[in-house]
Write a protein of this length. Structure first.
Length: 165
């Protein structure tokens, strides 16, 4: 759920305010990493972001990307997500619109979705148990359409031709 380029200005302002409060300066490498993060697909890993940044500036190091993502997370611009495969992935931290995730266990594709009925139901369940809900995350694991199609095609080929009687 990518914001419009104008919507990124809010995130840039959050980062600038945070950096000023911490006495941090903006460097060319940090700016490049931030810009690349804003342009990247959602749920980018450090390694994926590093590869995208190095395509523009080969001298940027892993530690610089790591520290910049940590900075983006600390100031509320990015959210760190872990989807069970051991990798940390980062997405824009949009506190306004909530979304959940479908994660393919075959190819690791991550699909964002919103479903008002799920949101309503979890509120009902929380109230029923006298629980004040503060936040939640739904991560549904399975196989995406493409992997299901590949699996069914591979299965049909493995069976071979049908012999007549």
């Amino acid at each position: 759920m990518k914001p419009t380029p104008g919507g990124l200005e809010h995130f840039r302002a959050m980062l600038a305010t945070y950096m000023a409060s911490k006495g941090l300066r903006s460097t060319d490498q940090r700016s490049l990493i931030v810009d690349t993060f804003f342009e990247a697909n959602s749920h980018v890993s450090i390694e994926e972001l590093l590869a995208q940044v190095r395509a523009r500036e080969p001298r940027v190091g892993y530690a610089t990307v790591y520290r910049t993502l940590k900075l983006l997370t600390e100031c509320g611009v990015a959210s760190e997500r872990r989807f069970g495969d051991g990798l940390a992935r980062y997405e824009l931290a949009d506190g306004v619109s909530h979304h959940d995730h479908l994660i393919c266990v075959q190819c690791a594709e991550i699909t964002e979705f919103s479903e008002p009925r799920i949101e309503e139901l979890q509120d009902v369940v929380a109230r029923r148990h006298g629980f004040e809900l503060r936040s939640h995350k739904h991560e549904l694991y399975g196989m995406c359409r493409r992997c299901l199609r590949s699996a069914s095609t591979a299965g049909a080929k493995a069976k071979g031709p049908v012999k007549g009687g």
